[in-house]
Design a protein around this ligand. Structure first.
Ligand SMILES: [Zn+2]
Length: 193
């Protein structure tokens, strides 16, 4: 059982004081907040590829690294990181080969039906109540456009300071190579001029 394995490891981890190399404060040392994808290939690769260590950054993970709502929990976390945790830069880091770029809301809904979790009547009732499940489950067509869209959402957010750089990067989930999609410093200087 996975939980038992985890707990067994955890007991040893704490007993052997394996946590010592990871001791840090809650304030991010590099004063940055990152929004990225929940892709399992990025668990260790993303921080290693960016030279981030424990305590360096606030990292928010979501399917596709997308901010789906200007007043949802991701945006709430960014606002908290900026005002309460001294984050001075925001990074939106999508990745090539993201599952959300080929997301298939129809297929997901079919699986929900097949598992007997909800009936077609319930799905129809939700749609009737104005909940667009296809839209809700849909990711994006193209990761670059998605990153740019997220950056627009953050930059135009009424609660985000106008002088904070918002960067957009795309990471390769195999090599960790970063492509700069939006250089937040450049965008800021463009706005000043
Ligand atoms: Zn992804």
């Amino acid at each position: 059982m996975l939980l038992q394995e985890i707990l067994k490891h955890n007991e040893q981890f704490v007993e052997n004081k394996e946590y010592v190399p990871y001791e840090a404060t809650k304030m991010p040392q590099k004063r940055m907040v990152i929004v990225s994808c929940m892709d399992a290939r990025l668990i260790e690769l993303l921080p290693k590829a960016l030279d981030l260590h424990n305590g360096d950054a606030k990292i928010l993970k979501t399917a596709g690294g997308t901010i789906t709502h200007p007043f949802g929990s991701i945006m709430r976390s960014i606002v908290t990181a900026v005002y309460e945790l001294n984050a001075e830069e925001i990074y939106v880091i999508g990745h090539h080969g993201c599952g959300m770029s080929q997301s298939n809301p129809k297929g997901t809904l079919q699986k929900i039906l097949d598992r007997g979790v909800a009936s077609q009547e319930i799905l129809s009732a939700l749609e009737y109540a104005g909940i667009d499940l296809h839209k809700w489950l849909f990711g994006f067509d193209n990761v670059i456009d998605s990153i740019k869209g997220n950056i627009e959402l953050v930059r135009n957010h009424p609660l985000i300071p106008k002088d904070i750089p918002v960067h957009g990067l795309a990471i390769a989930p195999d090599t960790g190579k970063l492509d700069v999609i939006v250089d937040g410093y450049k965008e800021l200087s463009l706005n000043v001029n």
